[in-house]
Design a protein around this ligand. Structure first.
Ligand SMILES: [Zn+2]
Length: 330
């Protein structure tokens, strides 16, 4: 009698345990942020990964799939509250909404920006409402690495200090272009690979603008990118890659490796150079700017096989409102 009760107890405990922890395990697995899935599959290819905690040292993998409408909504509120007691950074709003959805960006994610705004309007601080969100700090770090220099104070052409968008579209004002989200598509020149940028199709000679200020780290010929220019942000976290520039006169006058450029500055001209080891070859069929953004959380990532390039399509759409006018075009 005694033995059979204890067997029953063991069975009950087993099933209660399974119900509680099995269910939690399935929920947990299906709700791990996708970036952590990715990170784990890189670090533990055998699949015997421990609990997915973000690495303490630096972020090994990140994606940027925040939509343009999310950026617009978060930015408008940031701008509207600037200078007031309940000013909140658009980066915090974006990080809150995505952390709420455990890293998944879908149609509902944007509604969490509204939720955060409602709390803030009633006096809460972003620190309070995000304190129990496991992934808030991680997304804040990632979105800061992408967007930290896009919005802030700047001095306009009339010498007046303003608060707003400081970054520019890579295509000068008044020049037409078209693009679609072609990030990750396959490319086969040289070797089979993923397309780690966005192609902006336009006319040869269209002035290309520095999206953000920084230091020119690369300038010259590369067999894939043709005439290209690589600009590193001042905080070192972003590397902008502008490629396939015009075969003749690819760059703005006087630019050299090591020079500093400012956001909105003319840096070169759209073209179709590249896909050859022969300098100056014009082998790209359709003239376009290849635009790439690389994130660098640790210097070892810059030229490693684990580079982090993000989808810039939505960023370019967002920056459409801030296009630089080029006056000394040649
Ligand atoms: Zn491209």
């Amino acid at each position: 009698m005694f033995v059979s009760i204890s067997k029953k107890v063991i069975i009950y405990v087993f099933f209660i345990g399974l119900a509680l922890f099995g269910g939690w395990g399935i929920y947990w697995y299906t709700h791990i942020p996708p970036i952590l899935h990715q990170e784990l599959s890189d670090v533990y290819p055998e699949g015997n990964a421990p609990a997915p905690t973000p690495t303490a040292d630096y972020i090994h993998w990140a994606e940027f799939d925040v939509t343009e409408s999310m950026m617009n909504k978060a930015f408008e509120y940031d701008l509207k509250t600037y200078g007031s007691d309940n000013h909140v950074s658009w980066i915090d709003l974006l990080a809150y909404s995505v952390a709420k959805k455990w890293g998944n960006v879908n149609k509902k994610t944007s509604s969490y920006i509204d939720e955060a705004i409602t709390h803030i309007k009633s006096g809460a601080k972003i620190e309070d409402i995000s304190s129990n969100l496991k992934y808030f700090a991680l997304y804040k770090k990632i979105y800061s690495a992408v967007l930290s220099e896009y919005v802030g104070t700047y001095t306009n052409a009339d010498g007046i200090e303003k608060y707003g968008i400081k970054a520019y579209s890579p295509i000068a004002k008044g020049y037409s272009y078209r693009h679609y989200d072609d990030f990750g598509n396959s490319r086969s020149y040289g070797y089979s690979r993923r397309h780690l940028g966005n192609d902006l199709l336009g006319s040869v000679g269209t002035p290309i603008i520095a999206v953000e200020g920084g230091t020119i780290e690369a300038l010259g010929w590369n067999q894939y990118g043709g005439w290209r220019i690589g600009i590193r942000s001042h905080d070192k976290q972003r590397y902008y890659y502008y490629a396939h520039l015009r075969a003749k006169k690819p760059y703005a006058e006087g630019l050299n490796q090591g020079d500093t450029v400012t956001a909105g500055q003319l840096i070169g001209y759209l073209g179709q150079s590249g896909y050859s080891s022969k300098e100056g070859s014009n082998n790209i069929k359709t003239p376009h700017l290849h635009f790439g953004i690389q994130l660098i959380f640790d210097e070892s990532q810059k030229d490693s096989t684990n580079q982090i390039w993000i989808d810039a399509y939505n960023i370019i759409e967002f920056l459409e409102r801030n296009r630089a006018k080029v006056t000394n075009n040649s």
